[in-house]
Design a protein around this ligand. Sequence first.
Ligand code: TYD
Ligand code: MG
Length: 458
Amino acid sequence: MPKTYSKYVCQQCGGQYPTGYGRCPGCGAWHSLVETIDRPARIRGGFPRVASTTVPISATRLASVESVEHRRLRVPLEEFNRVLGGGVVPGSVVLLGGDPGIGKSTLLLQVGNLVAQHGGPVLYVSGEESAEQVKLRADRLGTIADDLYMVAETDVEAIIALTQELKPVLLIVDSIQTMHTADLDSLAGSVGQVRESTARLTRLAKGHEIGAFLVGHVTKEGSLAGPKTLEHMVDTVLYLEGDQYHAYRLLRSVKNRFGPANEIGVFDMQGQGLTEVVNPSALFLSERQERAAGSVVTVTLEGSRPLLVEVQSLVTATHFGLPRRTANGIDLNRLVLLAAVLSKRAGLPLGTQDVYVNVAGGMRLSEPAVDLAVVVAIASSMREVPVGDVAVLGEVGLGGEVRSINQAARRVAEAGKLGFTRYVVPSRSMRELKDGAWGDVIAVDTVSEALSALHCAA
Ligand code: TYD
Ligand code: MG
């Protein structure tokens, strides 16, 4: 392949320079120059490629375009299929992000092995570990399929050539930040290299109908490292989440061109890799003490999936200074707001109390539909009154009103599956629950009504 030329382009002002500088000579922005391929054709002709082509293009009837549904490759790991929207779409590119050590390599090696057993050859490219290291991990996962190939390589061109020869159904690249092309002078992991490597691998996947999985490193802030455009370039972005103290892992789709976004799959990290969790609600409630004050069950919706979780609160007298508010698993600002609503609208004297809230199992809740459960947990702890086996649902407004939630029926149904028969739900969501035998449903309009119904009002 002839050597292409590269140039440095400022991401702020668009200025172009033959070499890189720490600061853009044009606009003065720091670290804004990114190395980019400069195609010789453009240097000579000066016209954009599309304008100079004379090959006529034609349009397709949309109705006659083949649907991807029946071409999906189903991995014998249902939780994984679910997150992708039903299986791997040939020719699609999936980016998998997550903290170091969370299990990205383990998950993809496992998926690769399962596909290689039945679906066809799989190529696992490791830019971080040697073949021996990957083998060590694979040995823990059980029998290694004959059709699972691996290479420790970081040169994108070499990987593309190998892929074209091997013709795998699945290509796994671990990780995209270690890949580089000799056409750019900058180091692997730089914005230019990551972008160019992704573009070339994407072209390869689309051209040969290969399902490609790229592992992406995340920054300290938790977003994918490299260019912001990385997430736009791929079809699907998945994150593997969890924390080091718990064995369960959540695989979440944040973008998906081939299925619903925000879908989650739940896995358990064991000695033999990740296993599927068939009933995650039962897992999250497994250590709950029903008779403890301050413990309340609610149902959160993750994508299309309702999950039962336990919200815990502990309220203790403040000994000196300002009362503390500590939140684990919910947003601290939300907790401060809810505590203020409880004081002002329900008359709970929280001004002299420290309030701690924790979501059991290390789950993170961001939905307002869990507000009422947080509020009830605080009141229950303060008054030392256990609420027992009841699922509490509702968003709380600043006026102390309980606002409607979406998909109330699905949430209540999930709680019912786990044996709950009592529910506190917003009156405004009752319309959704009109038909159906739900058991004992308590409809509330305000926080005070909810607290009275559960015997923990001020
Ligand atoms: P890994 O897949 O290497 O993480 P990542 O690629 O996201 O950095 O997983 C590393 C962790 O997983 C490591 O702490 C060991 C643990 N692990 C298990 O608990 N069970 C297993 O079967 C395997 C392979 C790893
Ligand atoms: Mg890894």
